[in-house]
Design a protein around this ligand. Sequence first.
Ligand code: NAD
Length: 489
Amino acid sequence: MVPDEILVGGRWRRGSGDVLETRDPATGDVLARLHAAGPDDVDEAVRAGARAAADPAWRDLLPHERARYLTRVADLLAERAEDIAALQTADTGKSIHETRALAASAQGTFRYVAAALETMEGALTPPRGPYVTVSTHEPIGVVGAITPWNSPIASDAQKAAPALAAGNAVVLKPAEWTPLVSLAFGRLAEDAGLPPGLLSVLPGPGPVTGDAIVRHPGVGKVSFTGGTATGRAIGAAAARKIMPVSLELGGKSPTIVFPDADREQALAGLLFGAFSSSGQSCVAGSRAFVHASVYDEVLDELVARAARLRVGPGADPSTQVAPMVAHAHRDRVAAMVEAARAGGARVRCGGRAPEGAQYERGAYYLPTILDGVPNSAPVCQEEIFGPVLVALPFEDEDDLVAQANDTVYGLACGIWTADYRRAWRVARRVQAGTVWVNTYKRFSISTPFGGVKDSGLGREKGRDGILGYTRQKSVYWGMDEEPLPWAGA
Ligand code: NAD
């Protein structure tokens, strides 16, 4: 049984907020009931974080010394990878293949960030007078990290590792539906010897706990991943505090198939892009643009293969499409598909929950392919965040680019073609933070990630990821032999 404890400023104790219930979406069974963090807990965590970050025991560590803490976290993530993967499968419903990959990615993040920290450099800027100028980066103090429910351990690591590396304390708020992995991560960081107070884990409702973190005067930056509406509200609150934010938001990403594409690869890419994680992925390739000359044959084959995907519980290693995170979310996705159907969309496959006793209690939904609606239809414009792909034909490159960019989002794009010149042209014209050419949903911690337009602000990952959690300071060292002009005035 999971203890009713959250991590507040170095102490494990009951939260002061309302009770949160988290369920296994494969069965609907309650996994844990926990008291959420209330605003008083947020205040305590932020104050403790500020003290821990200012303590010389952390503040004065040299980069290579701080890197050792990150490496120890990585070692424990490796040791406990299987437990973390199983816990994440239970709490989010995701397939065990995917949660193992996410646990490995969290470990890789800590190792990469530790290495990047050891090799970071300040700058000696060219002098334009009798002085030496040094540009340094300092910690912000306390960073709020607010994460969504789809990939907790990976998104927690993506924020906590660079924020800690930069010398900050972190107040981490996982999503209401999936608090367990982040709490396990809190225990792991403690066991790795991270000084108390540097990491708090505060599950709770966004508008209560999350809002208290964003508005707290002691929080100097918020790093947020989640929906665009929430990101907009957080950005507005941050503007009032003149506080930096990074926002990783939603998407409606196009995947594009040209007639010369390797058909087998493109089909696999479309299926994996749209239906892995049951489509609950910010970069899901949820709009498939297929050249009109091959549209019918590609669609027929895609539909046949989507209908053969193995739907089942995440813990079964043969499962390809696992349940959705919660019954309420599944019902929301189903309602969006119904609205599309009522609006004239053709349901080529799926469009309902699977039938059979083994699916009755879980939050399942079949891989669904729709077409027959223009790109302006709501189902082509709104993020569904479920296993739903809308297919659209295109005539030529200009038509394609116009349709692909006709969305408020700009997170990702996939291009399938054998013509590298065309891939380069289209990659440059599509408005997206990440473009995959002849591959999809590949991620590397060394490559910056983020969105354009309503998909976000700022970049995570890469060597510069750590700098996002710092404040830049310039120091002038006077070298004048002569006094300044007003001397002796
Ligand atoms: P969400 O915006 O509802 O919630 C995300 C987090 O914000 C949760 O922890 C939630 O409790 C918190 N929150 C909600 N309201 C808040 C408020 N007023 N103040 C502070 N915090 C608040 O998103 P979700 O449903 O958990 O996740 C799905 C969304 O996340 C999708 O839109 C998806 O595209 C996006 N996402 C983006 C990325 C990316 O890197 N771009 C990655 C994963 C998910």
